[in-house]
Ligand binder design. Structure first.
Ligand code: 4NP
Length: 153
């Protein structure tokens, strides 16, 4: 799960997907992680409103730590989900081949294929903004769990 800051959208996505996989007894078979591109919050926990929003839905992201996207992530992960076009371009800049980029997709494309819709960045916004973003990510993660379960991912 990739966004710009790795303190709002992608840590929520990491926590939500991991939570849903655990609920479905699939927690041990899938590795979920998140990262970003700006080092401003390196090593920090997610944004307090991201933690609060997730917690109110039973998802604990309080212990996650900010990290930067690395070239090696292309080797480690089968799928790389980005939140918006800026993230897509950032990932593309680090990529080494077309094969790397085949792993990359917009998170919302699992709900609306090929629409390239973005997940709005709630950074600097209100609790309502974080809740709206949470819902969009949550819906996408529900689809991802189903895709993994039915092996269509
Ligand atoms: P995120 O939001 O990409 O959803 O984590 C942001 C958080 C921090 C910054 C940018 C976006 N920043 O520039 O520090």
């Amino acid at each position: 799960m990739v966004c710009l800051g790795n303190i709002c959208r992608s840590p929520m996505a990491e926590g939500i997907l991991r939570h849903k996989l655990e609920e479905n007894n699939m927690g041990d078979s899938v590795t979920v992680d998140s990262c970003g591109f700006v080092p401003a919050h390196l090593g920090e926990h997610p944004h307090p409103l991201a933690i609060l929003t997730a917690k109110s839905q039973g998802v604990d992201i309080g212990e996650l730590r900010q990290r930067l996207f690395l070239e090696e992530d292309f080797d480690i992960f089968d799928k790389i989900y980005v939140m918006d076009m800026g993230n897509y371009r950032d990932v593309q800049r680090v990529s080494r081949s077309n094969e790397d980029m085949l792993k990359v997709d917009f998170l919302r494309n699992v709900v609306h294929p090929k629409s390239d819709q973005h997940v709005p960045d709630p950074w600097g916004g209100t609790l309502k903004d974080f809740q709206r973003t949470f819902r969009l990510i949550d819906e996408a993660c529900e689809y991802i769990v189903k895709k993994i379960r039915y092996e269509t991912l």
